[in-house]
Design a protein around this ligand. Structure first.
Ligand SMILES: Cc1ncc(COP(=O)(O)O)c(C=O)c1O
Length: 434
């Protein structure tokens, strides 16, 4: 189990102590009994958690339980992990408000009752809403002998306020590279530990060389016993320094920041989903599909944001043609305002196209981003000024990020390998000095 003692070389014992403390804290945060620090990412955590569920069913003779119910709104890694864990995916509908369609869930759970392995559910949902029916959802699954896998990618909206254990989940992963301060810009490295309720603890992953995991543990899910153990120190320090009150405040600020942005942007962009009080959790979805008439796609908005100095938030997930904004607790009010000002300004630029003030096929939005090379070139043939292209808001004068690459054709680039190195002929007359 998560908290076993080991015979390790002395110099590793300090690390081990840190891992034991971190496991303990993550148990408290998740409301679970044991944690495995082995999985290296959220997706690997999903795989590990589902294999644990599979081993649990098998230990009770329920080898046949292999149906994973997964809501339509789930992250793509959920069905992928279920298939990798040997399960069959059955999709559950989501209703108009973006919540799990409970009637459909009930029907599918009943239909597959004998073979139900689990439900994978993200809470708060990928639509940025705390599902009102979450405990009803977990109860339905348990009534049919299934287990509840809670995708913990959105734990930023839970820590200190509620927990997977509290809503009746049996296992969840935590994206330490999202919720617990490990920076993951550029794609990694990450850590996706799983937490489990007591009845699943014996099945946590073991390791061939180092004693860890449960007595009936599944095989290792990563090469190292504690995954990318070095970066666990970041999460350890984050929790140690903030303490219980600090991590809870982080959650409150994350939710507050999202709702502040929502309040500032709702008059300018339709917000796709919200809770019954008109609030969101820690993120919200801005609908950008209405701008197609003006010839503006969501990717154009993302690229125009670069001219304003922003890397765009998530584009086209979980709903195509939208932007999902998750400001987190880390952004100061000033930074949130800068982002809101940029989005509102882009919305005005789109309105100019809608009103015929700017040409549909040649405007500041669809031509974005504007590089320094383009803006300082002797020739400028755009129907708007250089100033509008590069300095659309005044604060950009103090702090301007220059995109280094102008508009590219994403789809072409995805489908064609384009080599930017010199052709072989360029080396023909090179002298070999060695
Ligand atoms: C809801 C959800 N689930 C799972 C994952 C997978 O996490 P990872 O990228 O660490 O594999 C993500 C990642 O963005 C996510 O948003």
């Amino acid at each position: 189990m998560g908290c076993t003692h080991l015979s390790l070389p002395t110099k590793a014992l300090g690390y081990r102590e840190i891992f034991i403390n971190l496991e303990k804290w993550l148990c408290e945060i998740t409301g679970f009994n044991a944690v495995s620090l082995q999985p290296n990412s959220g997706a690997q955590g999903e795989y590990a958690g589902l294999m644990v569920i599979r081993a649990y069913h098998a230990s009770r003779g329920d080898h046949h339980r292999n149906i994973a119910l997964i809501p339509q709104s789930a992250h793509g890694t959920n069905p992928a992990s279920a298939v990798m864990a040997g399960m069959q995916v059955v999709v559950v509908k989501t209703d108009e408000d973006g919540n799990v369609d409970i009637a459909d869930l009930k029907a599918k759970a009943e239909q597959h009752s004998a073979n139900l392995s689990c439900l994978m559910v993200t809470y708060p949902s990928t639509h940025g809403v705390f599902e009102e029916g979450i405990t009803e959802i977990t109860n339905i699954i348990h009534q049919h002998g299934g287990q509840v896998y809670m995708d913990g990618a959105n734990m930023n909206a839970q820590v200190g306020l509620t927990s997977p254990g509290n809503i009746g989940a049996d296992v969840c992963h935590l994206n330490l590279h999202k919720t617990f301060a490990i920076p993951h810009g550029g794609g990694g490295p990450g850590m996706g530990p799983i937490g489990v309720a007591a009845h699943l603890a014996p099945f946590l992953p073991k390791h061939a060389l180092v004693e860890t995991g449960g007595e009936q543990g599944i095989h290792a899910v990563s090469a190292a016993p504690w995954g990318s153990s070095l970066i666990l120190l970041v999460s350890y320090a984050y929790i140690a320094m903030l303490g219980a009150e600090g991590v809870t405040n982080a959650t409150k600020y994350a939710i507050l920041n999202a709702n502040y942005l929502k309040a500032r942007l709702k008059a300018h962009f339709p917000i796709l989903y919200e809770g019954k009080n008109g609030t969101c959790a820690h993120e919200m979805i801005l609908d950008c599909r209405n701008f197609k008439g003006a010839g503006v796609e969501v990717a154009d908005i993302a690229k125009r944001l670069m001219d304003y100095g922003f890397h765009a938030p998530t584009v086209s997930f979980p709903v195509a043609g939208t932007i999902m904004v998750e400001p987190t607790e880390s952004e100061a009010l000033h930074e949130l305002d800068r982002f809101a000002d940029a989005m509102i300004s882009i919305r005005e630029e789109i309105a100019d196209i809608e009103n015929g003030v700017a040409a549909k096929d040649n405007n500041v939005v669809i031509n974005a981003p504007h590089t320094a090379k383009l803006v300082v070139a002797d020739k400028w043939d755009k129907p708007y000024s250089r100033e509008k292209a590069a300095y659309p808001l005044t604060w950009l004068r103090d702090s301007k990020f220059w995109p280094s690459v102008a508009k590219i054709d994403n789809a072409y680039g995805d489908r064609n390998l384009v080599c930017t190195c010199l052709p072989m002929e360029a080396y023909e007359n090179e002298e070999v000095t060695a």
